[in-house]
Design a protein around this ligand. Sequence first.
Ligand SMILES: Cc1ncc(COP(=O)(O)O)c(C=O)c1O
Length: 441
Amino acid sequence: MLLGTQRVNEQGHLEVGGCDTLALAQEFGTPLYIMDEALVRESCRRFVKVFTERYSGEVEVSYAGKAFLTMAMAKLVDQEGLALDVASGGELYTALKAGFPAEKILYHGNFKSSEELELGVEVGVGRFVVDNPYELQRLAELAAARGKRQAILLRVTPGIDPHTHAKISTGQEDSKFGISVASGLALQTVKEALALPSIDFKGIHCHIGSQLLDSHTHEDAAEIMVGFIAAIREATGFVCSELDIGGGLGVRYLPSHNPPSYEEFADSVVGAVVGALKQHDLPLPRLMLEPGRALVAEAGTTLYTVGPIKTIELAERTKTFVSVDGGLSDNPRPVMYGAEYSVLVAGRAEQAKDKTVTVSGKHCETDLLFSEIGLGEVHSGDILAVQTTGAYNFGMASNYNRFRRPAVVFVQNGQADLVWERESYDDLLRQERLPQRFLEG
Ligand SMILES: Cc1ncc(COP(=O)(O)O)c(C=O)c1O
């Protein structure tokens, strides 16, 4: 499986963005996150295009920054004309520092602190996606105190189980996110929002889950959401001008994964939305989408250096552990969700994957990254390339065991640009404070 600009060069090495991955490992060290810039740009453009071609109303695509956000990424998203979804003060701050226009930012999160709400109101984010009645009241007070009228969407739970991993299911009735439509609480909160002078209620939002490999749940969600817009009109006379269907489109982690193409996904979503709007005799709202993974996951490759290899003779077979110089701290997804990945030996990218190994990290946990995968011949010192690591890898990285978070490079046309420098040991100590009494005696 080769993705985006990945290819195997004359030396048999994996290349991304015209850069030899062995040369990248040499120059920047490992672990290393590589982002295929041309693929990210093309994905952004294509995603917008497929929706605007199919929907005759206005379309707004926001990139979900939680998937992968650096200042360079925020700039790229702006250059490609997308809006941006942020889910914390830190994401918002990063975007603003990159010069991202505040009015094109949607601010998410199920518990925005006072500091976060204030920052969002002060800088004038385009939309708050309000998660609960408590947040609505606090936001209304903050906006009123500043003489502002804040535009919002209300996040609701359509009550759909998307049949993906429990930790990335968010649209079902018992979700921690949003307000239930079925219970009537969502309608009640809409009425409250409409009555608040400092709140400009625009419409409704849902996000049903992530890594969804078929579009049926999005179709169901679209119908329920449009049905709710009709219920709001019936109860209040107000017609929502915006409908946000969230993110969730899946990607290829393994060759066997077969997510809908952008075109198929847009056909499903637009078909369901427009069909339901007709049924309820509603005008076309601005249709909003928030893809994260679908825009960046396949553009990411992580490089590791292979360290010790252990072969253990078990009664029925031999087990081989291949340890690499990263693990849980740069990619927690295998441990969190049992996520699977495609892995290859970067210097022999076309070799047969005829030998089964387990790739482990170097943390003080049994942080098995890739269990019992076909890899083929592998030696200490080889570079492993893990595909589809562009989403929720760098973004979820930690300093567990005081590991330094790896560097990130954008590659394109044979050029590699550092967008996040590998942390130094001093970076790890930057927040340290030694109280005076620890220094005495
Ligand atoms: C509100 C919201 N929008 C968009 C996304 C992006 O989802 P995905 O990366 O699956 O497209 C998420 C992911 O958690 C989310 O919570």
